[in-house]
Ligand binder design. Structure first.
Ligand SMILES: Cc1cc2nc3c(=O)[nH]c(=O)nc-3n(C[C@H](O)[C@H](O)[C@H](O)COP(=O)(O)O)c2cc1C
Length: 179
């Protein structure tokens, strides 16, 4: 299949980020040219795979802003998927705190016409009970983001285990493909 559309896949530091190579391959099989952006913590978690992920996508894996005057190394996005979105990253995005590269990319995407933005949070039920979380979901949904959380998306498990019980990556890819 010809890859003509560019997907920015933005990942923060929750355990599903360890699936990212397989998810990139699945997105490519659906026709996406994938550019991978990571939070600094997520980049640290997958630091041993960064060269391989760059080779897989054919683009630089980014977790830092470019320097002033440097060229943009990614093509323009046709869609943005922020997954897994940690409690920290989701709240930062909703609050407009863009000190992290992926938060800046995600924040700008809200103001770009015709670029669908999908987010799948990943957090436990204790963090989900924090009052900011519902507010952040409401802000992002109000800005047009398709937030896959609850019945049609990620369902939080209890606090404690290192990894969530299930992260529905295929639903996230379905949502960006649906546009
Ligand atoms: C093993 C492990 C699992 C974690 N899982 C999650 C998670 O599922 N959701 C979450 O919001 N934070 C989780 N965290 C905490 C985040 O990694 C931490 O808040 C980090 O600062 C998030 O940074 P980022 O949003 O910039 O990636 C986990 C941390 C560890 C060590």
């Amino acid at each position: 299949m010809t890859t003509t559309k560019t997907l920015y896949l933005l990942c923060s530091a929750a355990p599903p980020v360890f699936d990212v190579a397989r998810v990139i391959e699945d997105a490519q099989a659906r026709g996406w040219d994938v550019c991978l952006g990571l939070t600094p913590t997520a980049a640290h978690w997958v630091s041993g795979s960064l060269d391989g992920l760059a080779a897989l996508t054919g683009h630089a894996v980014r977790w830092q802003y470019k320097l002033p005057g440097e060229a943009d190394v990614w093509p323009a996005a046709d869609a943005v998927l922020f997954a897994p979105a940690t409690f920290n990253s989701l709240n930062s995005w909703a609050l407009g705190l863009t000190d992290r590269f992926v938060a800046g990319v995600a924040a700008e995407a809200l103001g770009k016409e015709g670029v669908p933005v999908v987010a799948m949070p990943c957090l436990n039920s204790a963090l989900a009970a924090h009052p900011q979380f519902d507010q952040s979901l409401a802000v992002l949904r109000g800005a047009g983001v398709t937030v896959l959380y609850g019945e049609d998306g990620f369902t939080p498990g209890p606090a404690g285990p290192d990894a969530p019980p299930h992260f529905p990556w295929q639903s996230a890819l379905d949502a960006v493909t649906a546009g």
